[in-house]
Ligand binder design. Structure first.
Ligand code: SF4
Length: 899
């Protein structure tokens, strides 16, 4: 054993967002400790709350440990044989396009590479698409139109070196927190640096900005057309660059000519003075980086938005130089890697195109492929449509949960239920998608698998294993290769380990690549197993002989188009969903700070559940008043396609006419909260990316007659079911058990509360009946009831009822769970209120340091006037920094962060 009881130290990469932070893991006899890797160039030691809680997500509860066929345990031999036989039979009868893979930005490059190789080179179809289609397909399409290749030109360092950072459609403080903290640190060092946020909502990010432009949904393209015009009119064109290195400037300028300040203000619904300030800042700040994310990509005109942004950078020559770049941040840990290998249905492999005969011939030779795909396959929305229509008869879904994340998600579920063969590879068996599977394959997860990922700045980093695969779990690449072998292609898929796959991938990237393709990994083709294991984070391209990678592209003004020039692109018209009187609100969707995707991993962490414990929808106060809705009511949000039950959050951060709901909650965590079920399957015509942020909905009071908050000790979070009387529920982990928000739509609170409590406690009481005591409190006049369960003296659960939102100190109650309590403490637990000797934290703001809103407010009242002072007094905001904007909101004189 090494020093300090450490048995193993591993440097790996975070499995969540596209920042791609390095993680240093120490395994000891007591468990696993996770810290930021100080030597990783993406984060230099920082982690956000999600990364910092990774160790809490490693348990085996609800892990899928064995293959299953039709719900029964099966051997790997039987499972892979069944898949191979069924796929082969369907291909023989109906052709290669009758099967499909739907894969994921959570897969590693090696997994992605073999999946793509099997589908496009051996099955002979391009029906492989990925959840990255939902994330950044419009950026890919925009990059290709402008640069001739899917290339992020800049790097993270540019965000620190810029004098102006413009964030468009990005709540970076919550969705890419470490990158946001890098910008914030730079602003503290250089107070003249400016931050502009373009977002319809007021967010944690916009509250830290110098200028917030609350653009109307669909107004982004108009905004950047207006900016292009203003740049030209004010002499900000880099004439030499534009003349020598670009094409199409005149057409783009002509198309933008009508976008004077008045029209731009009208189309964006931004005040002209605010627009003018922004234009002036952009025009006069040479070092500008424009960062864009899902708010740009997830739109019916997402590709046009990307090109409208890039046009401005091309005109001003702000590309390929330190501190100057348009910059797409990807949502997923390996979305970029998936783009690289060819994981999208409209790409071939390694930045080669399906419609290029020479590329197809090159890849065919390299793979010795018997049957090459020669036309694009089905993109995500079309793919599940084809499943629904029985044109695709077998689908293999790997590491993703489309029944939650796809638009028109109920139809996706229906499609899978009627599909002849659905194979799902995942780490858990309890996802909404796994419930539709005929065959379930147990995959290795973070900490168990090993391979390469690429982050948003083209930096490849290793994910490394530090745990053995649990049960019979296998790596995704191994599963794919096993099936390929049984379909008759054993030789082409005979890899000893992931390093062999990576080497083959690097060789294909380098093949006949004399600088014509951006993705050049010639410098890595000789990477042996030892070199692969010791691989240090490196940005591609890595041409032959290069020492390390390349931070920036296009410094020489040479692009990857046939002419070598970058293209200005004329964006199309304005794309806004038609307003239907029955559905008067525009529903925006996005991420919450401490959850990730469909919560299969972050949902395991009690620490992360402390921040927001249930699904919600945000609404402006004026809209709520007009609808007769009150804050914290349970509401039904309804679109023509589906509905969800969520908690209403009335907030001035939301603009009238628009709602916001998070994407994470699903049937495993709540009664009915899959926002995807409401979203229409409208896609960008160029990229095929769904418009996830502009659905038409209405909202109504769900009619709850009672509300409750419950905590209960349990070791079986997954199988816990809410009492039948609760029409609304949402559960989250807490230490030693779970917490749940409940509501009922029928019955009288006076009589029903005892029934609900009995149902809640039944499971916990069963093994300890003789030692269980239930304490009850009732205030019928106020309509407040509670019951608490003690087994011996240990607080084993409680439920608190009210006619409206339940006024109980949730953090306090959760902290008492599992504790032996004195008589006085028992009374406090029963009432759900701490006594005078135990402060109530309020809602947790800082997950890392477990500091609540009431503690922060108390510190502010005691004289702490800055975030730093609050941090010194309470610890809040001193670890990952993700909560700093929320702390600022609680300061009496709202602090401008950070200047
Ligand atoms: S910012 Fe957070 S979620 Fe994203 S990679 Fe870093 S630690 Fe992981």
């Amino acid at each position: 054993m090494a020093d300090g009881g450490v048995m193993m130290r591993v440097r790996t990469t975070c499995p969540y967002c596209g920042v791609g932070c390095g993680v240093a893991v120490e395994a000891t006899g007591d468990g696993v400790a996770v810290k930021g890797d100080p030597n990783h160039p993406a984060n230099f030691g920082r982690l956000c709350s999600k990364g910092a809680a990774l160790a809490e997500t490693l348990g085996l509860e609800d892990r899928l440990l064995h293959p299953q066929i039709e719900g029964r345990r099966a051997s790997w031999a039987a499972a892979t044989e069944t898949i191979a036989t069924a796929f082969s039979r369907i291909i023989e009868r109906h052709g290669p396009d009758a099967v499909a893979f739907y894969v994921s930005g959570q897969m590693l490059i090696e997994d992605y590479y073999v999946a793509n190789k099997l589908m496009k080179g051996f099955i002979g179809s391009a029906n492989i698409d990925t959840n990255s289609r939902l994330c950044m397909a419009s950026s890919v399409a925009g990059h290709k139109r402008a640069f001739g290749a899917d290339v992020a030109p800049g790097c993270y360092e540019d965000l620190e070196r810029a004098d102006l950072v413009v964030l468009v459609g990005s709540n970076l403080a919550w969705c890419h927190p470490v990158l946001f903290q890098r910008i914030e640190d730079a602003r503290r060092r250089r107070p003249d640096m400016r931050l502009v946020v373009v977002d319809p909502r007021r967010t944690a990010t916009s509250e830290a900005a110098d200028i917030h432009l609350p653009v109307a949904p669909g107004g982004d393209t108009a905004l950047f057309r207006g900016l292009l015009r203003a740049l030209e009119r004010h002499g900000a064109r880099d004439a030499a660059f534009v003349a020598a290195h670009t094409s199409g400037v005149e057409a783009a300028l002509e198309a933008s000519a009508p976008f004077d300040l008045a029209r731009t203000a009208r189309e964006t619904r931004i005040a002209p003075e605010l627009l003018a300030r922004f234009f002036d800042l952009f025009i006069h700040t040479e070092k500008t980086v424009t960062v864009y994310s899902q708010g740009v990509n997830q739109a019916a005109d997402g590709t046009d938005r990307v090109n409208a942004i890039i046009n401005c950078h091309l005109l001003a020559g702000r590309i390929g130089k330190p501190g100057c770049s348009p910059f797409s941040v990807t949502g997923q840990p390996n979305a970029m890697g998936g783009r690289e290998v060819g994981g999208l249905a409209n790409q071939l492999a390694c930045h080669m195109e399906l419609d290029d005969p020479a590329a197809r011939a090159r890849v065919r030779r390299f793979w010795r492929a018997p049957r090459m795909a020669d036309r694009p396959g089905l993109k995500a929305v079309d793919l599940f449509d084809a499943v629904h229509a029985d044109r695709v008869k077998a689908v293999w879904i790997i590491a993703t949960n489309p029944v939650v994340s796809m638009p028109d998600a109920d139809r996706v579920r229906e499609a899978l239920r009627r599909c002849e063969l659905v194979v799902v590879s995942d780490i858990v068996a309890t996802t909404d998608t796994a419930a539709c599977a005929d065959i379930l394959l147990p995959s290795t997860g973070w900490g168990e698998k090993s391979g390469m990922t690429t982050n948003s700045e083209r930096r490849m980093s290793r994910q490394r294993a530090f745990l053995p695969p649990p049960g019979e779990a296998r790596h995704d690449w191994r599963q794919i290769c096993d099936v390929a072998a049984k379909m008759g292609w054993a030789e082409a898929f005979a890899y000893a380990d992931s390093s062999e796959i990576f080497r083959e991938y690097a060789r294909l990237c380098a093949l006949e690549n004399d600088g014509a393709r951006a993705l050049d990994l010639a410098g890595l083709t000789a990477l042996d197993k030892a070199g692969y294991e010791a691989f240090e984070p490196t940005q591609w391209p890595t041409p032959k002989g290069a020492r390390g990678g390349m931070a920036r592209l296009f410094a020489d003004g040479r692009f990857f188009t046939p002419s070598g020039r970058a293209n200005f692109v004329v964006p199309g018209g304005r794309a806004v969903a038609a307003v239907k009187p029955d559905y008067p609100y525009t529903l925006n969707t996005g991420r919450a700070r401490d959850q990730w995707h469909t919560m299969t991993r972050t949902g395991r962490s009690p620490t992360l559940a402390r921040h927001i414990g249930e699904p919600f929808v945000e609404m402006a106060p004026a809209d709520a008043a007009r609808e007769g809705l009150r804050d914290a009511e349970i509401v039904r949000v309804i679109s023509p396609l589906g509905e969800m039950l969520v908690r209403l959050c009335v907030t001035a951060r939301q603009r009238p006419g628009e709602l916001f709901a998070p994407m994470h909650w699903n049937d495993a965590f709540a009664a009915r909260a899959r926002v995807g079920a409401l979203v229409a399957p409208i896609v960008d015509p160029v990229s095929g990316q769904p418009a996830l942020k502009a659905s038409r909905v209405r909202i109504e009071n769900a009619g709850a007659v009672w509300h409750a908050f419950a905590v209960i000790r349990t070791e079986d979070f997954v199988r816990w079911r809410a009492p039948d009387t609760a029409g609304y529920w949402a559960k989250a982990r807490t230490r030693g058990g779970l917490r749940a928000e409940l509501a009922g739509f029928e019955g009288a609170l006076e009589s029903i509360h005892a029934l609900v409590a009995d149902e809640l406690f039944a499971e916990a009481i069963r093994p300890a009946h003789a030692r269980a005591q239930i304490a009850a409190h009732a205030n019928a006049g106020a309509g407040v009831y509670s019951r608490a369960l003690f087994i011996d003296d240990v607080f084993a659960g409680a439920i608190y009822f009210a006619r409206g939102p339940v006024p109980v100190a949730r953090s306090f109650v959760c902290e008492q769970l599992g504790r032996a309590l004195t008589a006085r403490a028992r009374q406090a637990a029963l009432l759900g209120r701490p006594g005078a000797d135990a402060p109530d934290r309020g809602a947790i703001v800082c997950s890392c340091m477990n500091v609540g809103a009431k503690e922060i407010a108390a510190a502010a009242r005691a004289g702490c006037a800055s975030i730093e002072a609050i941090g010194a007094a309470t610890g809040a905001g001193t670890n990952c920094g993700s909560c700093r904007a929320e702390i600022a909101r609680l300061l009496p004189e709202r602090e401008h962060v950070p200047a």
